[in-house]
Design a protein around this ligand. Structure first.
Ligand code: GUN
Length: 287
């Protein structure tokens, strides 16, 4: 089974669009997302363009702050403060990575947790770790949603996450081990100091790849019938490539996500869902 994230994301976005339409008369305005793009990283530019386009299609307003790489920490902090205070801004997203010289952790911590639609604020990450409701990081949330939509639950299974980034690996491991119908997995989080990642992958029922090494996972590293979720995406001479050797794995696995068209579109759908959730919560409603 190929897990089509593009199709799933389009359905979610259509539903969100209806919700936004229903909400607008009550709110008297559109949900608003502020996006900060600093420097000229080409991938970041594409991601931001796609996020803003999805926002517009869902009937949300997006405000773009394109800043030179030379902008200082203090000026960035002032901008975050201003956006925190603006009534019509429901969500604030700082596209990562930031240019060298800027302290991204400090900036993420400055975003009001109620507007933190990326779910990266320590308060929201802490709430995730404790199993409390809150805004969840978009990429791991998209992974969990795509599995749920296909009736795949890691409950009671062995899950291996390769890569321990704050954006993907760490929060994904927390979601997989959380108490709930889409959680309850036994999770191994692998990283550069794990002695034998191949051995770990061979034992896994679910493998989640977030390392950014094109075609790293080979067919001899997975057991028959495993589920492989590929979250890596790297620009190569042969086009965009994920972290697994998709063609070789396809006959061996129960389910697999393609790259592109797998988790990427789900991330954007979850960003819109978070923006709407933040908007509703700020307006005093139930999520
Ligand atoms: N850079 C790569 N992924 C992400 C993401 O999910 N959010 C932000 N803000 N930056 C990213």
């Amino acid at each position: 089974m190929i897990l089509d994230g593009k199709a799933a994301a389009l359905k979610i976005r259509a539903r969100l669009r209806e919700e936004v339409e229903n909400l607008r008369p009550l709110l008297g305005r559109e949900p608003g997302l502020a996006v900060i793009l600093a420097g000229d990283d080409p991938s970041s530019r594409i991601y931001v363009r796609n996020k803003r386009q999805a926002c517009a299609e869902a009937g949300c307003r997006s405000l773009l702050y394109e800043l030179p790489a030379s902008l200082g920490q203090a000026e960035m902090e002032r901008l975050v403060d201003e956006l925190n205070a603006r009534e019509e801004v429901d969500g604030i997203l700082i596209q990562l990575p930031l240019p060298p010289g800027l302290d991204s952790l400090k900036l993420l911590e400055r975003i009001a947790p109620s507007k933190d639609v990326d779910g990266f604020h320590p308060q929201n990450m802490g709430r995730l770790a404790l199993g409390l409701p809150g805004l969840r990081p978009c990429t791991p949330a998209g992974v969990m949603e795509l599995l749920r939509l296909h009736g795949l639950s890691p409950q009671g299974k062995k899950a291996v996450v390769v890569g321990r980034s704050n954006i993907v690996g760490k929060p994904l491991a927390l979601m997989l081990e959380a108490d709930g119908p889409q959680g309850n997995a036994t999770v191994t989080l692998c990283h550069s100091h794990t002695p034998d990642i191949k051995k770990e992958c061979l034992r896994a029922d679910f493998i989640f790849l977030a390392l950014g090494r094109p075609q790293w996972l080979k067919a001899d590293m997975v057991k028959e019938g495993a589920v492989v979720v590929d979250i890596g995406i790297t620009r190569t001479d042969l086009g965009l490539k994920g972290d697994c050797d998709f063609d070789a794995l396809l006959p061996k696995v129960r389910a697999i996500t393609p790259v592109p068209g797998g988790i990427g579109p789900m991330t954007i759908a979850m960003l819109l869902r978070n923006t709407l959730q933040a908007c509703i919560l700020r307006a005093g409603g139930a999520p």
